[in-house]
Design a protein. Sequence first.
Length: 137
Amino acid sequence: MIGDDPGMTADRPADVVRRLYELRAAGDPGAIRQLLHPEVRWREPEVGDHMGELMGADAVVDMIERALAATSGTFSLRVEATIETESHCAARIAWTAEKPGGAVAGHELAVYGIRDGLVSDAAFFPEDLADDTAFWA
C-alpha cells in the first residue's frame, strides 16, 4: 500500500496526476519538472512537430512550452475523471486550444505510470486524431 514503504510518497497516483495538471494550468511549464522522473518516457500522438515519443523531463517541458507558444498560451487541459492502481493513473482529459486560423476542443485518455511519487511514463490517446492532426499541422 502506498505510504507503508518509507521509500514511497504518500501521494496516490491520481494525486500526482491532478497536481501535474494544476501546475500546467499555472502557466509555468518548468514547474512540472518537480513531478517528472528525470528519465520519463512520454508518448504523444505525432500530430505536430513538437510531439511524438519524448525521453526525459527536459524534452517534456520543451514540448509543453512549444505547444503553449504555438497557441499563444491558450492550450488548456482539465482532468475530468481518474481511475488508479497503486502504480498507474488513467485520466479523462478535456482540452482546448486556439491559434490563428482555428480552434479545437477534445478529450483524450492519458495513462500515467507513477514511481516514487514521480511520473515515470505517460501515453495519450485522443478521441479524434484527425481533428488533432488538422489543428497542429
